[in-house]
Ligand binder design. Structure first.
Ligand code: PEP
Ligand code: MN
Length: 447
């Protein structure tokens, strides 16, 4: 890795998964516009997240990261944003109550629009077209014109992300996330499910605790921490033209921050040590995640620490492992041991989604909640055996009652998949499945 880093030094490295933009002049103009627009997040907020993640790295807090596989231009409305925030906050309430550690809440939202693909093309019947690469690049509709990469989509992503962030900030500081209204959050389809009832019990107990505080003279109504919630954004930093255009030098510290989101991660397909994504992200101060699948070696993990966290700062680097439920025991211990032996600080987070995708006989891409739970259980068991700290979890989920993953307390079966299969990319847990899993994690944390 050559040293002096610049926001554009990645251009000298091999950048995988970048679209072949048809019109370079248009791309240049769009990037110029983006560089002149206000940042979406600011450095102070990113530093606040880094502080929280330091506590996660030291075993004092737990990271909950989740949201869509891919956000879309079509599903862009207040209810969808509210429900995605709500399900993550409900999971956080369950985890805080049951696990006893503060939860650091990070959405896959307000920028998660670009998808790495295993194959550059996709075939349906006798037609082969370029793959859908996320709405930052092209359109999911299966037609030739839809699949052309269009640079102006980068600007549309910026404005949709700005608007999404605006509502998220309003909700998290404007009373929606107030702990006093915990019970209101369950007045929906979840409320009649067994997990909804379990959630309501926790909400009742917390409401009683708040009443008790008021009774003994601790004014819970005027305590900001009970009214506001810190919620951060994240996405895969895939399309480097976009990420570079939103990178700014912080006037306070003269350090670079990628201001498209608070946290950014490198996907399983773009984590090459000599690749452009590692080069780009090593230079920004944001907390960084790296996905590690079954092909990751102990050596890869150590070299990623060298490249992305040479100063060994706790919380700077999160390894998000995604092996598949029956491969955790084989793959995770060797990575943990080499990192531990080398004295490197990383947050270990579990993505129980991406190693557990399969195609149902009907052709739908799906995941089984049992496999998701099994990967989580193995992840916790391995950490316990190795004496290391399971720092977090990473999910693809939505607040809606979609039928994209099978299993869970509502027993979605393969026959239900066509009913509400709405994702533009990978299958997401629905709201009840997400609560099922939050309860499972608290049970595992208490073991
Ligand atoms: C994703 O998180 O949507 C993704 C593509 O993950 P991975 O890089 O782990 O395959
Ligand atoms: Mn995905």
């Amino acid at each position: 890795m050559s040293n002096p880093w610049q926001p554009d030094s990645w251009r000298k490295f091999n950048a995988l998964q970048q679209p072949e933009w048809p019109n370079q002049d248009e791309l240049q103009q769009v990037c110029k516009n983006l560089s002149s627009y206000p940042p979406l997040v600011f450095a102070g907020e990113v530093r606040s997240l880094s502080g929280h993640l330091k506590r996660v790295a030291n075993g004092k807090a737990f990271l909950l990261q989740g949201g869509d596989c891919a956000e879309s231009f079509g599903e862009f409305n207040a209810n969808a944003i509210r429900d995605k925030l709500k399900i993550l906050l409900q999971m956080a309430v369950i985890l805080t109550y049951g696990g006893g550690r503060p939860i650091v809440k990070v959405g896959r939202i307000a920028g998660q629009f670009a998808k790495p693909r295993s194959s550059p093309t996709e075939t349906q019947g006798d037609q082969t077209l370029p793959s859908f690469r996320g709405e930052m690049v092209n359109d999911p509709d299966f037609s030739e014109s839809s699949r052309n990469p269009e640079p102006n989509r980068l600007e549309r992503v910026y404005f949709q992300s700005a608007s999404t962030l605006n509502l998220l900030r309003a909700f998290t500081s404007g009373g929606f996330a107030d702990l006093h209204s915990l019970n209101n959050w369950t007045r929906d389809f979840v409320s009649n499910s067994p997990q909804g009832k379990r959630y309501a019990e926790i909400a009742d107990k917390l409401t009683d605790a708040l009443k008790f505080m008021d009774t003994v003279g601790i004014n819970s109504t005027n305590t900001p921490v009970l009214h506001e919630v810190e919620y951060f954004t994240s996405h895969e930093a895939l399309i480097l033209d976009y990420e570079q255009a939103l990178t700014r030098e912080d006037s306070l510290t003269n350090e670079y921050y990628c201001c498209s989101a608070h946290m950014l991660w490198i996907g399983e397909r773009t984590r090459q040590l000599d690749g452009a994504h590692v080069e780009f992200l090593r230079g920004v101060k944001n907390p960084i995640g790296v996905k590690l699948g079954p092909s990751a070696t102990a050596e890869d993990a150590l070299r990623l620490c060298d490249a992305l966290n040479p100063q060994n700062i706790p919380g700077r680097l999160t390894f998000i492992t995604r092996f598949g439920h029956n491969k955790v025991e084989e793959n995770l211990p060797k990575l943990i041991r080499s990192i531990k032996q080398a004295g490197r600080s990383v947050i270990w987070s579990c993505d129980p989604m991406h190693g557990n995708t399969f195609t149902a006989s009907s052709g739908y891409k799906t995941r089984n909640v049992d496999h998701v739970m099994s990967e989580i259980r193995s992840f916790f068991a391995v950490h316990k055996a190795e004496g290391t700290c399971p720092g977090g979890v990473h999910f693809e989920l939505t607040g809606d009652a979609v039928t994209e993953c099978v299993g869970g307390s509502h027993q979605v079966t393969e026959a239900h998949l066509p009913e509400r299969y709405e994702t533009t990319c990978d299958p997401r847990l629905n709201a009840t499945q997400s609560l099922d899993i939050a309860f499972l994690i608290t049970e595992t944390l208490q073991d």
